[in-house]
Ligand binder design. Sequence first.
Ligand SMILES: *Cc1c(COP(=O)(O)O)cnc(C)c1O
Length: 359
Amino acid sequence: MSRVYNFCSGPAALPEEVLLKAQKEMLDWHGMGMSVMEMSHRSDEFVSILHSAKARLSRLLNINDDYEILFVQGGASSLFAQIPANLMTGFSSSSYLDTGVWSTKAIKEAGKYGAVSVVASSKGDNYSHVPQFSDWKIDESSAYLHITPNETIGGVEFADLPETNLPIVADLSSTILSRQIDVSRYGMIYAGAQKNVGPAGVVICIVRKDLLSRSQGSLPTTWNFANLAANDSMINTPPTFAIYLADLVFEWLEQRGGVAAMEAINIEKAELLYRTIDESALYSNHVDVASRSRMNIPFILADESLEKAFLEESEAAGLKTLAGHRSVGGMRASIYNAMPIEGVQALVDFMKSFEKRYG
Ligand SMILES: *Cc1c(COP(=O)(O)O)cnc(C)c1O
């Protein structure tokens, strides 16, 4: 068996240690004589897994008692609708920052629930930078401010938060647990698991408890954040296997020194790849240096006709899924927590050798 380096943006590579542990526990989880997939979600054993996942995530991100952790289904895209549906109660508008494809989709869904005030947009320069705070026009009377701190397709990332009295709602799907954050500065954080946490099927939500009072009884039962919180994310059957895998990934992160240690490695990985791109005549990345993502690194080839050869040869070298998103083309390397630095080094070595041969 040989494992490749998988640069897919999501579902993405998982840590090998986690896959091996899941394999070991597959037929007989902790002497239960069955796999986690086959257990009742109401069993003490599964509830212990769910509580372990919550406790580990709380430790990893330093989440205090003002927050609830929810496991929600439907993907981050469903949250685009669930968030305005829950949080707009008593307000006529919501505020959104537009930094690319994913914020645009979130804005479109929010528009179905009320007026959306776009505080700033980088659409005019093809989403190659994050607008300066001084250019954000935040409507302080709106329900919340939504941001997308890492645009997975455009490769644009930012970490600082603006000064505002609004609860900040952040889509951290492709950046959660990759860098340190101060959770207490957010009203709500959500992240589809399939990028940096585990398999598809669950969205990690961290919601400040005072916001739960906005969730109205008229909402669909399974969409209601207050209801999910009151029922330990088990109004109905939760995605049990995805939550179990997330718990194993959280355990793996704790064993490796937590988020601070991951962040240091992630900085090193991103610098290695950007340096290779910047020093080359063949490859380029169009994002402003200050707004470059550490997780998703798009790049193009000066000669587009070489793309096919690049993809075929990289694939043959065990470097998989480097094609850019279908909407933008080019290449993209997603280098989440589970991508070891050896994988980035292998990619960089390949890129240099390719450039020597074709450049
Ligand atoms: C992948 C992604 C989504 C969509 O996730 P789904 O689970 O497929 O709905 C939303 N936001 C960001 C930032 C993403 O990277």
